[in-house]
Structure formats: C-alpha cells, structure tokens
Design a protein around this ligand. Structure first.
Ligand code: THU
Length: 141
C-alpha cells in the first residue's frame, strides 16, 4: 500500500505538496512543481523547483526534496511523489532520475499526480534502467 492511500498520510502528503508548490520559485517558466518524499521510517520531506536567471542552474522539485532528506540524515526513498497542477502528469527529468536512483532500491516507487489527483505509479528502475552506479559499473578499464 502506498503512503498516500492511508487517510492520515494522504492529508500530510497533499498538504506538503500544495505548500511546496505554492513556494515554487519559477518566474521564468511559471511552471510550479512540487515533490514529496516518504522515507523508510515514514518521514516526509518536500521540495519545489527553484529557477535562476542563469537558466541552467535551475533545481527541480525532486532534487530539492532529496536535498532536504539528506540534510535531515535520511538516505532512502521509499516513495517519491510529483505534483502537477494541470491534468497532465509531470515525469522526472533525466538528471532527477539519476539522483533518485542514488537513494533508491528496486522497491522504490515514483508516483505522478495530476491536478485531479489521478496517479501513475512507476518504480525508480523502470524510469531509469541500467542506472550508472560506481560499484556496479560495467565499463571496462
Ligand atoms: N521541473 C521540475 O521541478 N521537475 C521535473 O521533473 C520537471 C521540470 C521544473 C524545472 C523548471 O523550473 C520547470 O519545471 C520547467 O521546466
């Protein structure tokens, strides 16, 4: 069962997501994104996108949430939610998929939510197969 399917957790996740989305700093794209992470021990962290006049410095919502999680001393994503305020789903960019992979295992779920709260659920490895990992890198020396 996903945390969002539990009535108490659901309220918390939606509230954090809504607050983070309101705080998104996106004067250039005007595209507000929020992400909420649930850890193994059910701690919850949120993040929003933070843009910059030098566009390429923009940080996506997923990576903002990951930074919050790591700062709090947590390193494992059980679930990561991505909130869209349109009927379309937002799917993590390539950089975020690699960053999610760093703190995931095969059971980690990536949940995309549109404004009607419809969900699409993926595993982190479905979104990024053949992840680059130093220990398991198959590149030949
Ligand atoms: N963005 C995210 O925050 N997460 C994604 O998964 C895709 C894109 C942000 C980055 C930028 O501020 C805005 O959406 C438009 O690309």
């Amino acid at each position: 069962m996903l945390a969002i399917e539990d009535p108490i957790f659901s309220k918390k996740i939606f509230q954090l997501g809504k607050d983070a989305q309101n705080n998104a700093y996106c004067p250039y794209s005007k595209f507000k994104v929020a992400s909420v992470i649930v850890t193994k021990d059910n701690q919850v962290f949120s993040g929003c996108n933070v843009e910059n006049a030098s566009y390429s410095l923009t940080i996506c919502a997923e990576r903002s949430a990951i930074v919050q999680m790591i700062t709090a001393g947590q390193t494992y994503i059980k679930e990561i939610y991505l909130f869209s305020n349109s009927s379309k789903f937002i799917s993590p960019c390539g950089a975020c998929r690699q960053m999610i992979a760093e703190f995931s295992d095969p059971s980690t779920k990536v949940i995309l939510l549109n404004q009607e709260s419809h969900m699409q659920v993926f595993t982190a490895s479905e979104l990024l197969p053949l992840t680059f990992e130093l220990e398991t890198s198959n590149t030949q020396a």
